[in-house]
Unconditional design. Sequence first.
Length: 211
Amino acid sequence: MLTALSRRGLMVEGFKLKTKWVAAMGHEELLAKLEARQALIVHFSHRAAMRGDLVYPTDLHQVLAEREAWALSCSVLTPGHSMDVVGSVGVVLEPRTAEDVLRVHHDDAGAFEVGMESLSMGKALSDASFDESIDLVVPGSYNEWRVRGAAPKGLFVVNPAVIMVRQEISFEGPDGPMTTIGEVPISLDAVRATFPGWPIWTMTSAGPQVL
């Protein structure tokens, strides 16, 4: 009998808790499959209000500095993908171990936290679930990997010509200056200036490309 949410193998599928035991993929196999697919794991600065007032670029600075305690929702992008991902700019991550990948799913995984435990739909990482999480994505949607402890490798921009981020905006109200949070356009040069020293990638039909 399961006595705690932290028991290995606990998952959420259709928002019903159940156990599912799947042999873990090895770290070398994971990196080899990512390389064979020319795939990048990216945690995006979300265009929706996911964590209150945590907005760009603070959200990505926290990921780069590895100060983010929560599991990160990521998408795995491959050449020629047709996904509509959740943001314009993000951080490229590389798992240090296969256990850094908590769950993989070919759609929005409906992830949530119970204490520090990450729960979501999807499957434990395996050879089959890796492929399913990429091959079964419906065009216009996106896949979701839940990742914790992976190493930040640089930045990712979906479309260098159109970059939208969620930021605090100041404006003049009827009674004086006011602030709100909304989506604003920024340039690739602005991304470079905000994250100096970090490489920036995009994904083309031929594979990842450094900008």
